[in-house]
Design a protein around this ligand. Structure first.
Ligand code: C5P
Length: 236
């Protein structure tokens, strides 16, 4: 597996309804201290130019669009995302082996190939939800099964809850990336996140990258919040 540079570990989730406050926040941040995540809301409103503006400023961008479609369509979407110069993209592991392998093959032929990670079971889904959707077993069992499927289908890693990272880490390669949202420093509000871990605990559970939004984006001084998180991580 390729050697992957891990620092900076924090990926700041840019979830804003308009571009101006997002760009204002980004102007206060530094690509040596964090990476950035753009999700469906901002991408749908502001599109490729917004993403390219962040890449041009020197940031590694995780384009979090969670593709899930027939193999050819997902592979073409991954190639289009790669053309934006982003650092990481994702798809749903439940789209199956052929979908993931086709996406991997398509990226391999490109001059710039982003990291490709898979969402296993959304952390918003509980036991009843996944049973109703036709999955047997517990969410944790499905996460493990899909993590192994993602690894054997050529993915670079998965997105999972930090509470699942400790179970997944021992059953995958040490270079297989675990990207975890649901991270809250002890001093931050939970917001709508219920099952959370602190940044240090998430890293100790085997996470490689921490997706953190509101504890930074909604803070009075976002750069200071980011630096406090980095200090906590380094002190651990
Ligand atoms: O503000 P907060 O730290 O809760 O932001 C977390 C980010 O990670 C959001 O962009 C959210 O959509 C994303 N995310 C998540 N849980 C998942 C998958 C993605 O919180 N299971």
């Amino acid at each position: 597996m390729t050697i992957i540079k891990k620092d900076p570990r924090v990926i700041v989730a840019l979830d804003f309804p308009s571009a101006e406050p997002a760009l204002e926040l980004v102007a206060a941040l530094d690509p040596t201290l964090c990476r950035l995540k753009v999700g469906k809301e901002m991408f749908t409103r502001f599109g490729p130019p917004f993403v390219e503006a962040l890449v041009t400023k020197g940031f590694d961008v995780f384009l979090d669009l969670k593709f899930h479609d027939i193999p050819n369509t997902v592979a073409a979407a991954c190639a289009a995302a790669a053309d934006l110069g982003v650092w990481m993209i994702n798809l749903h592991a439940s789209g199956g082996r052929r979908m993931m392998e086709t996406a991997r093959e398509r990226l391999e032929g490109l001059p710039h190939s982003p990291l490709l990670v898979a969402v296993t079971i959304l952390t918003s889904l509980g036991q009843e939800d996944i049973a109703e959707a036709g999955f047997s077993g517990t969410p944790a069992e499905n996460v493990l099964r899909l993590a192994k499927l993602a690894e054997s289908s050529g993915m670079d890693g998965i997105v999972c809850s930090p509470l699942e990272a400790a179970d997944v880490r021992p059953v995958v390669d040490s270079g297989f990336l675990l990207v975890t949202p649901g991270v809250r420093p002890s001093w931050a509000a939970l917001g709508d996140q219920l099952r959370v871990m602190t940044p240090s605990d998430a890293l100790n559970s085997g996470a490689d990258y921490l997706v953190i939004g509101r504890p930074i984006t909604a803070a009075p001084d976002p750069l200071q919040s980011l630096q406090d998180i980095l200090t906590e991580i380094r002190a651990d």
